[in-house]
Design a protein around this ligand. Structure first.
Ligand SMILES: [Zn+2]
Length: 314
């Protein structure tokens, strides 16, 4: 089987690059260190709210997170996430608030990872994905799963503790597999989920089940969704996907059967595409490929051999 791992240099997978931030987890329980870090003049803080933060364009055309020293940040009692330290010793925090601060005097605007993930520097994208993942987990895990009491935030946002039974709860990550299946003719199998608009096609994907390896999950999901058997499965790369708490594990998989039988529950239709088929279908507008920062677009590009063409609407 083709080895894909030496061909991943087409375009980097957003959100998965090295951010240059040391998470410095050993400081999370050290309240004195955290207090000193918070009030240090070089420390930088940004607000995260509902998966968004303020971003702004720089004069040289880049997009960056709007960050301030702590003394300019809005007041907070508890929801302060320590994200790490960069190579220059700058400490980064995110504040979770119910709304973003107003910045009417500037060009700053709210943006989530889907819009800003590919525009931000690796450092800023890494900080934002960490903050959004923590925010989503905090929001959905306010009560103890052991005894039902309300839990309290600890470890600078990385633990929730139960004052009633003493349980400690850690941020949850749900592994999901996402795979581009190819056949012996080197065609790619793309499917359309039932709730997607007409023409939207992408790779297949699904959650890993309890007691299952990720390779087994690839084989099972492809069989369930489109009735195709796959043999060789090659892991390629991963991408944090905090919507709300997934980790996407990207694969290339080789089909050993080609007859498609969609399940009709998750996948509405699926087709084998040659590269020419896909180019024609995208250029005519018949197929809308996955866009944005998703690893799905990178898996398809890796097979396609170059960035995907643009559709008639750009
Ligand atoms: Zn409890």
């Amino acid at each position: 089987m083709t080895t894909w791992t030496d061909r991943t240099a087409i375009r980097p997978i957003a959100l998965s690059a090295a951010s240059g931030i040391d998470r410095a987890a050993h400081h999370r329980l050290d309240e004195a260190w955290l207090a000193a870090a918070w009030s240090h003049p070089t420390t930088r803080v940004f607000v995260v709210s509902g998966g968004q933060a303020l971003v702004d364009d720089t004069p040289d055309g880049r997009t960056e997170l709007v960050m301030t020293p702590a003394f300019e940040a809005p007041p907070t009692e508890t929801h302060r996430y320590f994200l790490g330290v960069d190579e220059d010793g700058v400490r980064y925090f995110a504040l979770q608030k119910d709304s973003l601060p107003g910045r009417m005097d500037q060009s700053a605007r709210p943006a989530g990872l889907r819009e800003a993930g590919a525009l931000l520097s690796e450092r800023d994208a890494g900080l934002l994905v960490h903050a959004v993942a923590l925010e989503n987990w905090q929001r959905l895990h306010r009560f103890c799963s052991r005894c039902g009491e309300r839990t309290v935030i600890a470890a600078a946002g990385h633990i929730r503790r139960c004052p009633a039974c003493g349980a400690e709860h850690y941020p949850r990550t749900d592994p999901a597999v996402i795979m581009l299946v190819t056949d012996e003719l080197d065609r790619a199998l793309l499917g359309r989920q039932v709730h997607w608009p007409e023409g939207r096609f992408s790779t297949l994907a699904g959650f890993v089940e309890p007691g299952e390896s990720i390779e087994q999950a690839v084989v099972r999901e492809v069989a369930e969704e489109v009735g195709v058997r796959v043999g060789d499965v090659e892991y390629l790369a991963s991408q944090p996907w905090p919507f709300p708490s997934s980790l996407m594990l990207g694969f290339m998989a080789r089909a050993t059967s080609s007859r498609i039988r969609v399940d009709g529950e998750e996948i509405h239709e699926a087709r084998w595409f040659s590269r020419d088929d896909l180019r024609t279908a995208i250029e005519s507008g018949e197929v809308l490929p996955p866009s944005g920062i998703s690893i799905a677009a990178r898996l398809i590009e890796l097979w396609y051999g170059e960035p995907l063409p643009r559709g008639p609407r750009g």
